[in-house]
Design a binder for this molecule. Structure first.
Ligand SMILES: Cc1cc2nc3c(=O)[nH]c(=O)nc-3n(C[C@H](O)[C@H](O)[C@H](O)COP(=O)(O)OP(=O)(O)OC[C@H]3O[C@@H](n4cnc5c(N)ncnc54)[C@H](O)[C@@H]3O)c2cc1C
Length: 461
């Protein structure tokens, strides 16, 4: 049995970042992690492996569709799926080992095993009970289930199974047109699968600025993905490694069936707090299963929670920011997360990124706003890499010109969004962005042009 200032349960982006910052601030810190490797969902079965597969399959797309145009002739590469999965696993291993290295460097103790909280101030791992002045729940989330759909992680899979399929399916049905479904759908479409996305709502990527979502759907359709929107999946039947997906169209209740080699259930994720003993402790929970917190504190003294296990966008960087803010608070400093400036990114090609308010949210709030839009058609760099589809859209207050939101669909959107994030953190106006010199030729010139379009007009439009 050992004593710590802080014990964090869960070694994902929320937990490991919190631990490193706690240790840097002089707190004796341990992390309990039940997996064989650190990094949580994100590094092991989430952000990182999916991005590796997106990179590999995007490279394939480039070879098949764009190399010849640039004078790079010859046979397109053939796909060695096992090697692609091995590459992906190497990327994962390198990153998870990196966290282990950072723990050693910062003197964070890894308590290996599954943890529970038998009493306030105590964490049990295996047979050992450790004392902690502060305990942080950072246990993350798991894939949500869907009534009538049994996941076997072979024919009917969650995102975890979708990362390690035995072979590339000829046909894939994705249930849910959210970020994870579209990213994995893109991967398999580029590998040659016929991909059909079935979505309950009438638009893809719920919550995204509607104009961007519409444009995104058009581009993905051109890439070969099929969409069935406004459709409620009734059930999935499997036989001999094949699946039949039954859905009902909401507009007229008509039923139809899709045949598929594989079905990816991507209908969202739910908080994971199983086995912690929260009920016995009397920890207050939200209706949707998250731990209830106020500035990360639960209703039990010395017990905190962060990341996917609490309310808010289920994103790695949101979890990381909360981890860092909580560490500062535990060390007696001021920790803060600005939930108004958390970017969201879809890592398809083109990428889609957003921060702040959508047009729909501004309309609903009755806020007077203006729109500055710039198409990547006017951006020389984007044209050079055959990615001139898409646009940057900046929303600014009509009176003050303060930036309220930005939405980008186009090359490197996931990186471009951050100049707007920084601008928003400083309370910048669109004119502040517009008057900032941007190097030429860069994709970020499109962001500047959209900012110019909030004022007297873009130059290259
Ligand atoms: C396919 C996929 C792609 C994604 N892509 C992105 C992306 O590109 N960008 C992005 O921002 N987000 C992405 N996400 C979401 C992101 O992975 C999560 O938001 C993030 O991992 C949440 O971090 P966390 O620390 O709260 O929890 P997690 O990363 O889930 O980590 C929690 C850890 O706690 C451990 N644990 C749980 N209970 C216990 C216990 N009792 N004892 C010990 N250990 C325990 C678990 O084993 C796990 O390792 C993706 C998710 C998926 C599934």
């Amino acid at each position: 049995m050992a004593s710590f200032d802080v014990i964090i349960i869960g070694g994902g982006p929320g937990g490991y970042v919190c631990a490193i910052r706690c240790a840097q601030l002089g707190l004796k810190t341990a992390v309990v992690e039940g997996r064989d490797t650190l990094g949580g969902t994100c590094l092991n079965v989430g952000c990182i492996p999916s991005k590796a597969l997106l990179h590999a399959t995007h490279s394939l797309h480039e070879a098949e569709h764009n190399f010849a145009k640039m004078g790079l002739k010859g046979k397109s590469p053939s796909v060695d799926w096992d090697q692609m999965k091995a590459y992906k696993q190497d990327v994962v291993d390198g990153n998870t080992k990196g966290i282990e290295f950072l723990f050693k460097k910062n003197k964070v103790t890894w308590l290996k095993g599954w943890g529970s909280i038998p009493a306030p101030g105590q964490v049990k791992v295996g047979d050992e009970v450790h004392d902690a002045k502060n305990i942080v729940i950072a246990t993350g989330s798991e894939a949500a289930s869907l009534p009538g759909v049994d996941v076997d992680e072979k024919t009917v899979v969650t995102s975890t199974g979708a990362l390690v399929l035995n072979k590339v399916p000829k046909s894939l049905v994705v249930i849910g047109a959210g970020v994870i479904g579209l990213e994995m759908g893109s991967v398999y479409a580029r590998l040659g699968a016929e991909v059909t996305v079935v979505e309950y709502l009438d638009a893809i990527t719920p919550g995204m600025d509607a104009e961007v979502a519409k444009s995104f759907q058009k581009i993905l359709t051109k890439q070969g993905l099929k969409f069935i929107l406004g459709a409620a999946v009734q059930g999935v039947a499997t036989k001999n490694g094949k699946a039949k997906v039954t859905y009902k169209l909401r507009k007229d209740d008509s039923e139809a069936v899709l045949d598929a080699d594989c079905v990816l259930v991507a209908t969202g994720r739910k908080p994971f707090v199983d086995g912690l003993g929260l009920e016995a402790l009397g920890v207050e929970m939200e209706k949707r299963g998250q731990v209830k917190t106020h500035h990360f504190a639960t209703n039990i003294k010395g017990l905190y929670a962060i990341g996917d296990a609490i309310v808010g966008p289920m994103l790695a960087h949101k979890a990381e920011d909360e981890g860092m803010a909580l560490a500062e608070i535990l060390a007696g400093k001021a920790g803060h997360v600005n939930y108004d400036v958390i970017p969201g990114v879809v890592y398809t090609t083109p990428e889609v990124a957003s921060v702040g308010k959508t047009e729909e949210q501004l309309k609903e709030a009755g806020r007077a706003y203006k729109v500055g839009k710039f198409s990547f058609m006017g951006n020389a760099r984007a044209k050079a890499i055959f990615q001139a589809e898409g646009f940057v859209k900046i929303l600014a207050d009509k009176e003050t010109d303060r930036i309220l939101g930005a939405h980008i669909i186009g090359p490197m959107a996931g990186d471009l969004i951050h100049e707007v994030c920084v601008a928003m953190e400083f309370g910048a106006s669109a004119q502040d962005l517009a008057l900032t010199c941007h190097a030429h030729p860069t994709y970020s010139e499109a962001v500047r042009e959209a900012a110019l379009a909030c004022g007297d007009g873009a130059i290259h439009a």
